[in-house]
Design a protein around this ligand. Structure first.
Ligand code: URA
Length: 424
């Protein structure tokens, strides 16, 4: 095949054949297709879309670019969750140990944050001693011994996606259903989980700003999973405002531990329970009282075991920022908007996130929220506390919050449930 012909076919709106797709992904992974050629192809896909069959072939070619993990030796079924990314989305932390309580193993191979969305590994690394890197054998062993592992995805899974995702990031081709769906599902299918629940975010802090596009993404991913023999379903959930009351690494660990102790903000606890029930349903367990395991300490015990297995100290004090600044309400009324994207960008600018892959993050940086949409506030009341180790960052963080907050005279239209729909 000639790369230029493949690019031209997609540019002109034609479907790519399985052979063309297999060839181009393999050649790109080996370095035989140049970055600028793949950039052109990604843009052509972005503009002209792909047929369901092309997406399936593209996903399979990305899986075939690397290794596949195998959990078939485990004594229990596996079920995993993947979120398309949001602000304050710490759900993986309480969720993995909670599901493990019910004898379903959770292989949560995670990533780091890029841009305004946080990364699960960055959050856990604020726990003194905790280590993200595990060998494939150590992952299998921990799944057998503890039942839950949250660790870095190895470089062997879907290497084509690693290259392509970095390229999409700098060519404005991330926000595209076939490319997002194949990227996420190639990694999850290669991971070898038997069940997978997708948490597809909708709203300003998410890739998909409206429900129609989010639903299309969810349906595409559910079909890809099922076709590959993975029991897959998706929840469409709200990301118009941050999840919970904390955004930032150590701050989110603190809130996750509150949820594991049976408390924490209702939206975080409710979404954790909803996702756990769905993961357990896929593993054949429908008659379980998930919330009870948060209230009676079983999920907390599992969390401590999981953290200790990776050399973390679950009893150690979490790091706290030296510098804080309070943002107050400028008027009285009902908080009608607290924009997820703006809060995510502000937290990133405080030091919780990174602009380039190799940048360090601050454990202590982030934002505590003191009010959420629907709450009544009074002028002068604290709305948020900003945290950082480097106070020169306050100014640009506050700029990002410029139009984040809306206070009105009328009741806010707050969604009744954080879960909009389930796609099976
Ligand atoms: N997460 C991924 O892993 N890939 C995407 O393309 C988008 C989100």
């Amino acid at each position: 095949f000639d790369t230029v012909d493949v690019i031209a076919a997609k540019r002109d709106g034609r479907a790519l054949s399985k052979e063309q797709i297999d060839w181009v992904i393999d050649a790109y992974t080996r370095g035989a297709v140049a970055e600028e050629q793949m950039a052109a192809l990604a843009m052509a896909i972005f503009i002209n879309d792909m047929e369901p069959e092309e997406i399936a072939h593209w996903t399979q070619a990305m899986i075939d670019s690397g290794e596949r993990m195998d959990f078939s030796s485990l004594s229990r079924p596996t079920s995993d969750k993947h979120s398309t990314g949001g602000v304050g989305d710490k759900i993986t932390l309480p969720l993995a140990p909670l599901v493990a309580v019910f004898d379903v193993a959770v292989p949560q191979l995670s990533g780091r944050g890029l841009g305004h969305t946080g990364g699960t590994l960055d959050k856990l690394e604020s726990i003194p001693g905790w280590q993200a890197g595990l060998s494939n054998q150590a992952i299998v062993d921990q799944l057998e011994d503890v039942g839950a592992v949250i660790c870095a995805a190895g470089t062997g899974l879907a290497p084509a996606d690693k290259k392509l995702y970095a390229l999409r990031d700098i060519t404005s081709t991330v926000d595209c259903i076939p490319l997002i769906a194949s990227s996420i599902m190639s990694k999850k299918i290669a991971e070898g989980t038997s069940g997978l629940v997708l948490d597809v975010k909708v709203g300003s802090g998410a890739f998909m700003k409206d429900l129609t596009k989010a639903r299309a993404l969810a349906q595409t991913m559910v079909e890809l999973g099922k076709a590959a023999g993975v029991k897959t379903s998706a929840l469409l959930t709200d990301m118009s405002t941050p999840l919970g009351l904390t955004v930032g690494n150590a701050l989110e660990v603190r809130e996750s531990v509150e949820v594991l102790a049976g408390g924490g903000p209702a939206d975080v606890a409710d979404l954790t329970v909803a996702l756990a029930e769905e993961m357990l349903r896929l593993a054949g367990k429908t008659d379980v009282d998930v919330r009870a395991a948060l209230n009676d300490g079983r999920a907390m015990d599992k969390w401590k075991q999981m953290i200790r297995a990776q050399h973390g100290d679950p009893e150690a004090a979490l790091p706290v920022a030296e510098h804080t600044e309070v943002v107050t309400a400028t008027e009285s009324g009902v908080l009608t908007q607290l924009d997820a994207l703006s809060v995510g960008v502000a937290s990133w600018r405080l030091g919780a996130g990174r602009a380039r892959k190799e940048d360090p993050v601050q454990d202590v940086a982030g934002i505590e929220l003191h009010a959420k949409p629907g709450d009544t506030v009074t002028a002068g009341q604290p709305l948020m506390t900003l945290h950082t180790a480097t106070p020169e960052r306050f100014e640009r963080a506050i700029e990002a919050l410029d139009s984040a907050v809306e206070i009105g005279g009328d009741a806010a239209s707050v969604p009744e449930s954080i879960v909009f729909d389930t796609i099976t």
